[in-house]
Design a protein around this ligand. Structure first.
Ligand code: MG
Length: 296
């Protein structure tokens, strides 16, 4: 099932099912309460098959789309350098502070985070950070949405803790990422977390084997498959949950493949007007334009 979050006629968030390409079916709980929060739905463990779909359907083009999880309860877990080809392009770019072995790939997952306030929807503008950063870059990523939480989740159990998947653009200010060494600041500027357009339940797609592609202004920049992840989804969940209890609705952005702007010589940074499109098999297309005006 593909689920999305949108604003209803009253301007309140509502969760609906995407049927076909462009039909939104508003969802209600079996007790007729409207489903307004995807994380609340996930945490409730109410079977999706029992949700009511009797409200009038809407056309996708007629609704104001939000990110599937518009404001995560806490930071988004992100994984750095998790594709071999990207790890190499990053270290060779000179933007990987302190890295001297140019062919190094991580021996263990590199995990950092983005703040919840970075999240924006499909179609929203990404701020070009005018006057703050001169090195805006894109990163197409598969994001995992946790269903059943837990600590000490083993690799063998990990896939059963995945509720579903979405797309994240891990937008990055490369100059800040390099200068401050820790990546948090350069990854967490306002609007640097485009997410969506939908969340897809785990039963519909195989998260460890999904094609992902990214275009800038229609030019293909990234093309890979999640089977090339250095640390696969079970490894990431086992690693992150070893000491941190995961909760329903937690999000893990799993890393980006080769082809980001700093992989080019000279680097090809994003500028106002650029359109970034990310597509992942079975999820959809996430599109956002760079703007010199701060969204929102
Ligand atoms: Mg990333």
């Amino acid at each position: 099932m593909k689920l999305l979050t949108y604003l209803d006629k009253s301007g309140l968030p509502r969760v609906g099912q995407l049927s076909g390409e462009d039909t939104v079916i508003p969802l209600s709980y079996p007790d007729n309460r409207k489903v307004s929060d995807l994380v609340e739905l996930i945490a409730s463990e109410v079977p999706l098959a029992t949700l009511k779909t009797s409200a009038p359907a809407l056309n996708l083009a007629s609704v104001r789309l939000l990110a599937p999880i518009p404001r995560p309860a806490r930071n988004i877990f992100c994984v750095g350098k998790n594709y071999t080809d990207h790890a190499r392009e990053f270290t060779h770019s000179g933007f990987d502070a302190g890295q001297t072995d140019l062919n190094a790939v991580p021996a263990s997952p590199i995990v950092f985070s983005k703040t919840p306030e970075t999240v924006i929807a499909h179609g929203d503008a990404i701020w070009n950070a005018s006057g703050v950063s001169e090195a805006l870059d894109y990163e197409a990523e598969l994001a995992v949405i946790i269903g059943k939480g837990g600590r000490g989740i083993t690799q063998s159990a990990a896939m059963s803790h995945i509720w579903g998947y979405t797309i994240i653009n891990d937008v990055t200010a490369r100059d800040w990422q390099k200068r401050h060494q820790q990546w948090h600041l350069g990854k967490s500027f306002d609007t640097f977390g485009p997410m969506g357009p939908v969340a897809v339940t785990a039963d519909e797609i195989e998260g460890n084997n999904l094609d992902l592609k990214c275009w800038v202004n229609g030019e293909l920049r990234q093309s890979s498959n999640t089977r090339h992840l250095i640390f696969d989804l079970p490894t990431l969940i086992e690693t992150i949950s070893a000491g941190i209890t995961l909760h329903p609705g937690d999000i893990i952005a799993t890393g980006t493949p080769e082809g980001v702007g700093i992989g080019f010589t000279p680097p090809r940074f994003l500028k106002p007007g650029d359109l970034v499109t990310i597509e992942i098999t079975g999820i959809g297309r996430l599109e956002n334009r760079i703007s010199d005006l701060l969204a929102g």
